[in-house]
Design a protein around this ligand. Structure first.
Ligand code: GAR
Length: 208
């Protein structure tokens, strides 16, 4: 049984997608051992509670340094014997020690086709605003392994989503979530849990 630690900061719809797939039995041999929220007001906390998943708020603002924050997060993940860390709309920065501790075992969902509309400052609704401003016809979502640089790690899965002429950032965000994010993130977890992801330099090989 793969023990997952899900890290959140907001609405938690991606957390919900994982919880649903586990409950429906389409994501097997996985359990969410802990949910960590960086934000005490995140609606994701309610979702975790409703699913009887232990949830803890660990906010960067309560720590003096990035190292202290990392140390607390590592300690927490160890306590819950987490084997895979999933960033599901987690908006705080993780430091080098956390990333090294869980090397190739932290995955993130990003709401664009990386390397477009990503990097520092591109989170939540912003990638969709920027995609519409740029006038792209296709956007999407990406799941990738996490490295220190924002949105820079090896790409696991991507899915394209059409931009429609009358889209607003909100309608586009909703379509990207429904058509791409809520599908891709559980799928990447499934592949990880089956030991099918091999990182080779920048590339992720999906083994049969
Ligand atoms: C999602 O769209 C996720 O891709 C994005 O935040 C949203 C969280 O929604 N993540 C980032 O922008 C990370 N750079 P949720 O809380 O409803 O899952």
């Amino acid at each position: 049984m793969l023990r997952i630690g899900v890290m959140v900061s907001g609405g938690g719809t991606n957390l919900q997608a994982i919880m649903d797939r586990i409950e429906y039995g389409t994501l097997k041999n996985c359990c969410i051992a802990t949910v960590v929220s960086s934000n005490s007001r995140a609606y994701a906390i309610e979702r975790a509670k409703r699913g009887n998943i232990p949830v803890t708020v660990i906010s960067r603002k309560n720590f003096d340094s990035e190292e202290d924050y990392d140390r607390a997060l590592i300690e927490h993940m160890k306590k819950y014997r987490v084997q895979l860390v999933v960033l599901a709309g987690f908006l705080s920065r993780l430091g080098d020690s956390f990333i090294q501790e869980y090397r190739n075992a932290i995955i993130n969902i990003h709401p664009s086709l990386i390397p477009s509309f990503c990097g520092k400052g591109f989170y939540g609704i912003i990638p969709h605003q920027k995609a519409l401003e740029y006038g792209v016809k296709i956007t999407g979502a990406t799941v990738h392994f996490v490295e220190l640089e924002y949105d820079s790690g090896p790409i696991i899965l991507q899915k394209a989503v059409e931009v429609l002429p009358d889209d607003t950032p909100e309608t586009l965000q909703k379509r990207v979530m429904e058509q791409a994010e809520w599908v891709l993130l559980p799928e990447a977890i499934r592949l990880f849990s089956e030991g099918r992801l091999e990182v080779n330099g920048r590339k992720v090989i999906i083994k049969n």
